[in-house]
Design a binder for this molecule. Sequence first.
Ligand SMILES: Nc1ncnc2c1ncn2[C@@H]1O[C@H](COP(=O)(O)OP(=O)(O)OP(=O)(O)O)[C@@H](O)[C@H]1O
Length: 304
Amino acid sequence: MIEVRELTKRFGATIAVDGLSFTVRPGRVTGFLGPNGAGKSTTMRMIVGLDRPDAGDATVGGRPYRTHPAPLCAVGALLEGRAVHRGRTARQHLLGLARTHGIPARRVAAVLALAGLTEVADRRAGGFSLGMSQRLGVASALLGDPAVVILDEPVNGLDPDGVLWIRTLLKDLAAQGRTVLVSSHLMSETAVTADHLLIVGAGRLLADVGVEELIARAGANRCVVRSPDADRLHPALIAAGATVTRPEPDSLVVEGLAAEEIGTAAAANHAVLYELTPHRASLEQAYMDLTRGWVRFGEKKVAA
Ligand SMILES: Nc1ncnc2c1ncn2[C@@H]1O[C@H](COP(=O)(O)OP(=O)(O)OP(=O)(O)O)[C@@H](O)[C@H]1O
């Protein structure tokens, strides 16, 4: 579990993080979403003690990151710009990290395999592509078998194979009961992996919401129905509680009823259906609506 309370960070005139409070729960993937400059990296850096907050605090597993006796075994983090000694091989890098925490060497082989790096384990990390470096960063984060995993933009630089790998990995980690916080500025990417979303803009929390709930909030689900018996179906759907518009004599746009309910009402009224198409509100649109007006233009914060 990660708990963030009233976290605030200023860089000169910029308030990077502005009184942010949230809880990240175990057993699910939490997406940390926001446009560029929203304060995601700064928040993650404060959670792992790399940046000092101006106000507020963050705890991991009930205590500040710095006070964990073996932090790597409590929290695994992949943060942007993570330093790897360029002259060392991937295996040497991981063995070095393992030694600082008394982690057995067999764990190194395990995370190399998990990250798909076994074949390149003895190559110098300095020659790694961005995607391979990201994989090494994830391997490092998982080295201590931590209960909490924090990844900042992990899909950056990954090829489609790598993107699929990270998606599966995140879901597996959550299914094992770990707390997983993963940042992105792309809703489309996050929606396929995350169960829960924390959406930030200009350092503030805009939404703390389940993926499904956000879709529902984005607007009622609509169904397009075509029927030669629209005259009979139209009043029946209204009686069942729907809001119905009728753009064509044989077509109805129905809000407030699920496709199953519409089908059932049609059958009960002996109405033939030529079409019954659910149109879900797009998550992308919901995200755009939420974050519109919270994009930073230089130093200025612009609210809707
Ligand atoms: N070390 C720093 N010095 C000065 N300003 C900083 C520093 N780090 C971050 N900022 C500023 O704080 C704000 C939040 O930045 P942050 O990197 O946390 O956002 P982000 O949501 O991670 O963005 P991105 O998706 O672009 O990585 C931005 O305006 C950024 O310019």
